[in-house]
Design a protein around this ligand. Structure first.
Ligand SMILES: [Zn+2]
Length: 226
């Protein structure tokens, strides 16, 4: 099925919004995600529905059809493989790769995708900790990751994933040793949401304002058995 880049972007956006909820996705949420107006979203959703890629219910929002989800997973797989390749082999910083991947994700062939995956030894997560859908496009397991803002002083958490979009925030996080896999000890939670934490990858404690905290998904460390 030949779809425009914009159509693929919509399917990807709906897929990503669905990761955080079991509810249908509202037009307004898609508009915000893609930075377009609600009427623009509505007319695109009509086109996607005609092609059987989404399921709409008046006033209740939209979900991806099975076919729509497959397209979204394909685009997400391209995006995350490209981000991995750019950081691993082309010396890009993790703050720079999202924009490149956003453009390239629509244009690579299946053969190119397979070669990138092979060159990286079939990775399962991208540089930001996001799961890369497998080649057969099975949906990756949903993560339980929570915002760091929900934890308390003394808690130790593991960084699972950081949002890939904001280069400035990504640079700040990298400068303070916050990346997927590191442990963070919460040292202080101030009344207005400022979290102070210490990363296992950095000597100095780091201040994490609420706006930044929402970009970092964390989980409690898995207890060793026995
Ligand atoms: Zn990205």
């Amino acid at each position: 099925m030949m779809l425009s880049d914009v159509m693929e972007d919509y399917l990807k956006a709906i897929y990503q919004l669905q990761q955080g909820t079991d509810d249908r996705i509202k037009t307004s949420a898609i508009a915000e995600e893609l930075d377009v107006t609600s009427p623009t979203v509505t007319s695109m959703l009509e086109k996607l529905e005609e092609r059987g890629l989404v399921d709409r219910e008046k006033y209740r929002g939209v979900t991806l059809s099975e076919e729509g989800e497959t397209v979204a997973l394909e685009v997400v797989r391209h995006h995350r493989l490209l981000e991995s390749y750019l950081t691993e082999h082309l010396d890009y910083d993790w703050s720079e790769v999202h924009e490149e991947a956003d453009r390239l994700e629509h244009h690579i062939s299946e053969d190119f995708e397979a070669r990138v995956a092979a060159a990286l030894d079939e990775p399962t997560v991208d540089p930001h900790g996001s799961p890369i859908p497998s080649a057969d496009l099975e949906p990756p397991e949903r993560r339980a990751g929570e915002s760091i803002a929900g934890f308390e002083e003394g808690d130790v958490v593991v960084v699972e994933e950081v949002a890939d979009r904001d280069p400035e925030i990504l640079s700040y996080l990298a400068d303070h040793g916050i990346e997927p896999g590191v442990e963070l000890e919460i040292l202080e939670v101030a009344p207005f949401g400022m979290v102070t934490a210490r990363s296992s990858a950095h000597d100095e404690p780091v201040s994490i304002p609420e706006t930044v905290a929402h970009h970092v998904r964390v989980a409690r460390p898995v207890e060793a058995e026995g």
